[in-house]
Each structure stands twice: as structure tokens, then as C-alpha cells.
Design a protein around this ligand. Sequence first.
Ligand SMILES: Nc1ncnc2c1ncn2[C@@H]1O[C@H](COP(=O)(O)OP(=O)(O)OP(=O)(O)O)[C@@H](O)[C@H]1O
Ligand SMILES: [Mg+2]
Length: 131
Amino acid sequence: MDELPIRSGDDVVRVRQQVRVVAAKSGLSLVDQTKVVTAASELARNALVHGGGGAASIEVVTSGQGRSGIRVGFTDDGPGIADLDLALTDGWSSGDGLGLGLSGARRLVDEFELTSKPGSGTSVMVVKWSR
Ligand SMILES: Nc1ncnc2c1ncn2[C@@H]1O[C@H](COP(=O)(O)OP(=O)(O)OP(=O)(O)O)[C@@H](O)[C@H]1O
Ligand SMILES: [Mg+2]
């Protein structure tokens, strides 16, 4: 398992690169590698911009059926998200973003878990399986 800090734009780039390496190692197609890298990039940027910084964990996982994949987790200790459904709505941003990061990330992966409460930070876990 790789643990990477997310405190700067350079850190977001490093997360992208490491997700690419581990996604390739876990047997994903090039298209699926790019999907999970794109999702991870949006989630890392959210942890930085909205969460005030955090960390990413990246690992290869194996399903009960013997499929391999990649799991990427993000945590931050920022303000949290009051309304998860609203945050996941296409085009909704509390700032001047496009509001497509969270909703887009969810569509690009096979499993997506968003946990957040105002005042106790945010965590997001995504999995992409090889097929
Ligand atoms: N880690 C986080 N901590 C707190 N709030 C968050 C976090 N991630 C997302 N949010 C909230 O959810 C909203 C939607 O996130 P989303 O990534 O979809 O859009 P955005 O970051 O505003 O714009 P962009 O399209 O550039 O990503 C954000 O505007 C923000 O209010
Ligand atoms: Mg975003």
C-alpha cells in the first residue's frame, strides 16, 4: 500500500502518477487505467481545494472471483460535506468549479464510497476492477 500526502499541486501530480503505475500493475486496460487516473485526479484535487489537504492510499486488490483491481482512498480533515446528494449532482459546485469532479469520478469507477460529515472531514474510496 502506498500512502501519499496531498498538500500541493505537485502532490496531486504524484498521486496521478502512482495511480497510473499501480493501475497498470493490477492488469487494467489502458482505457480503464485512464479512467481511474482521471477519477483519482479529481478526488485528490477536491481533497486539496475543498479539504485543505489530506492523503491518498493506493493498493492492488483481488476480488473473491480472482479479479484484480486498484483501490484508491482519499481522506482530509476539512469542513466536510453537508449534503452528499447535492455534492454528487452534475454541475453543482459550492465555488466556481464546474461541479463535475465528484459526479464524474463516480461514473468512471466500479465502486465509489463517499463518507463525510460537516466538521469531521471527508473520505472517498474508489475501486476499478480489471475485466
Ligand atoms: N473533500 C471535500 N471536502 C469538502 N467539500 C467537498 C470535497 N469534495 C467535494 N466537496 C464539495 O462538493 C462540491 C462538488 O464537488 P465537485 O468536485 O463535483 O465540484 P468542484 O470541485 O466544485 O468543481 P470541479 O468540477 O472543478 O471539480 C464542491 O464544490 C464542494 O462543495
Ligand atoms: Mg472538484
